[in-house]
Design a binder for this molecule. Structure first.
Ligand SMILES: Nc1ncnc2c1ncn2[C@@H]1O[C@H](COP(=O)(O)OP(=O)(O)OP(=O)(O)O)[C@@H](O)[C@H]1O
Ligand SMILES: [Mg+2]
Length: 329
């Protein structure tokens, strides 16, 4: 049975996509078969994997048969069910479900059908479970040990449907006011979606495969990505200190909170630093940072930084694997 893990925070720019991308490579390097799904209409993940030439082929004028939108087109037009998705082979062990800027067109349909599930309409369940069933079809075509899901920064209907198909959710965040506010929306919303799906599922037709809607919080990752040299360190320390309590209160729904520090918090999967010029270099080379070689420009200090990034991401991936019961070979 494949595992599904989503990277999610409704706050934008906190490193969801960067994280999904690098963790996918670590899992693949350690022998797992990875399917990575770009359910964000911004399609940033897709553009990290694929160059412009390939993107131009996948996104022609007119219909896009080989993107996630392509698989959903029969549903969007009301003429059929979700189709077999194209899997873009990134490597022997990474397959990508290609993102599409046009995916935002699915938002309205998903909003309309959500309440109709309460009345047991089969077509509504088909729409709501289309992301999940797309993943199932992909996993039938290709060996898949783990599915990683990237989504956009909002609490909209696309994300609700995409996240319902995730057994686990990893929450990337930054040490700032916006991220803490973000948690206060994210946690209660995930709980609400979980509960509403549970109610609806009971009314579904028996033969339709439906996601569990578990969305179990696996932990958070603190990105020091906005730590600037011109801002005093204590500004970040203040927000960092509040993260564990806010995560427990908002995301886990704990009522009584005993303060712990991030450094000793079980729910903190990693504190990742800003990799500075390594990241643009990786984007340019279309590789994870830890695969950068001297030929890509990773010389001297960059080479050792690239290597250290590999240690950071391996540790993080191992934490995610432990939390989600994934066997890293
Ligand atoms: N650890 C890091 N070191 C350096 N740069 C990073 C790091 N993490 C993310 N970035 C950069 O920060 C920006 C935002 O990251 P990313 O796109 O992963 O965030 P996101 O949460 O997916 O954003 P969105 O909400 O728009 O989907 C990108 O330009 C990315 O290259
Ligand atoms: Mg993103």
């Amino acid at each position: 049975m494949m595992k599904t893990v989503a990277f999610f925070n409704n706050k934008g720019g906190v490193g969801k996509t960067t994280l999904a991308y690098h963790v996918a490579w670590i899992f693949a390097d350690s022998g797992l078969d990875v399917l990575i799904a770009d359910f964000d209409p911004q399609a940033n993940l897709t553009s990290m994997f694929l160059g412009e030439d390939r993107l131009a082929d996948l996104w022609p004028d007119g219909d896009h048969s080989d993107t996630v939108l392509g698989a959903l087109t029969p549903i969007l037009r009301g003429i059929g069910d979700v189709g077999n998705p194209h899997i873009e082979e990134i490597s022997d062990s990474i397959g990508l479900l290609v993102g599409d800027l046009g995916l935002s067109r699915f938002e309205d349909k998903l909003s309309q059908e959500w309440p109709r599930c309460s009345d047991g309409h089969e077509d509504a369940f088909r729409v709501l479970s289309s992301f999940y069933r797309m993943l199932l079809m992909a996993a039938e075509e290709r060996t898949v040990d783990i599915v990683l899901i990237d989504v956009g920064p909002n609490l909209g209907a696309i994300n609700r449907a995409a996240l319902l198909s995730a057994q686990h959710v990893v929450v990337p965040l930054a040490p700032d006011l916006f991220s803490l506010q973000g948690l206060r929306n994210l946690g209660p919303t995930l709980r609400e979606w979980r509960g509403q799906w549970e109610d609806r599922k009971g009314k579904a037709p028996d033969d339709l495969p439906l996601p569990s809607g578990a969305m179990d919080p696996a932990g958070y990752v603190v990105f020091q990505h906005n730590v600037r040299l011109d801002r005093p360190v204590h500004a970040y320390a203040k927000w960092t200190k509040r993260i564990p309590d806010e995560y427990r209160r908002s995301v886990l729904g704990h009522k009584q909170i005993r303060h712990v520090d991030v450094d000793s918090d079980d729910h903190c999967l990693a504190q990742l630093k800003h990799y500075r010029s390594l990241m643009p270099m990786a984007m340019e080379a279309r590789k994870p940072m830890f695969h950068l070689r001297p030929a890509d420009g990773a010389l001297g200090a960059h080479a050792s930084a690239a290597q250290r990034s590999g240690e950071d991401f391996r540790q993080l991936a191992q934490m995610i694997a432990d939390k989600c019961n994934i066997n890293m070979r």
